[in-house]
Design a protein around this ligand. Structure first.
Ligand SMILES: [Zn+2]
Length: 219
């Protein structure tokens, strides 16, 4: 099993070559023109490790294509996003930042300089937030943990994290709505289900309560 890793410069070079070949094949299939400018913009984006904004790509591409305009670079980046060849990483920055890495990945962001690095950790698909002290069943829900849920939810909604937000501990008919409203995707309930006269009915009712207040959960 490979552990989480920051994408190295070396890995990025191989990835860039593979993606450029894929891009050409995709364009042919979609009947989209493969212009030297489009290739140059995508190459500059793929080779850059720091989720650059359009100005940085422009400065890079201009060396080989002195007549390209900043507007063309902006348009090309937007077009690449539209067709799924790139993504925007905007929420933490005032100007749009672009990402050529289209594999599912997380971002590690420096809170001081706002530098963004890719973190490839496909093994992690769920973030479990404990809402009781781990140990024994039947404890009371700790509402303060919903602050953590809110932070995780914002990171997921902004695309910084691709992960399910799960909560475990004290989840029952009195608490599930606040957890769902705060942004939990996945609920672990013990006593509220196994202690009920009809466990299946208890699950159905908890699901309904959660879905009714959550903007993104569906039954
Ligand atoms: Zn990224």
């Amino acid at each position: 099993m490979t552990g989480p890793k920051l994408l190295s410069g070396h890995g990025r070079g191989d990835y860039a070559e593979a993606r450029l070949a894929e891009f050409v094949a995709n364009c042919r299939r979609k009947k989209m023109a493969v212009t030297p400018q489009r290739l140059a913009v995508l190459r500059a984006l793929l080779e850059s490790g720091d989720h650059p904004h359009a100005d940085r790509i422009y400065a890079h591409v201009r060396r080989e294509h002195p007549h390209i305009s900043l507007a063309t670079v902006h348009r090309t980046l937007e077009r690449l996003c539209d067709v799924g060849e790139a993504n925007k990483v905007t929420p933490l920055h005032e100007t749009a930042r672009y990402d050529g890495n289209t594999r599912p990945h997380h971002h590690v962001v420096c809170v001081r300089c706002k530098r963004v690095e890719d973190l490839e950790a496909p093994e992690f698909d769920t973030l479990l937030i404990m809402s009781v002290e781990p140990g024994f069943g039947g404890q009371a829900f700790i509402p303060e943990v919903l602050v953590k849920v809110g932070i995780a939810r914002r990171l997921v909604d902004s695309g910084e994290l691709t992960i399910l937000v799960e909560i475990d501990g004290g989840v029952n008919e009195d608490t599930i709505e606040q957890a769902a409203a705060a942004g939990v995707d996945c609920f672990v309930a013990g006593s509220a289900v196994y202690g009920a006269d009809d466990p299946a009915a208890a699950v159905r009712s908890l699901r309904q309560q959660a879905a009714a207040v959550s903007p993104h959960l569906r039954l």
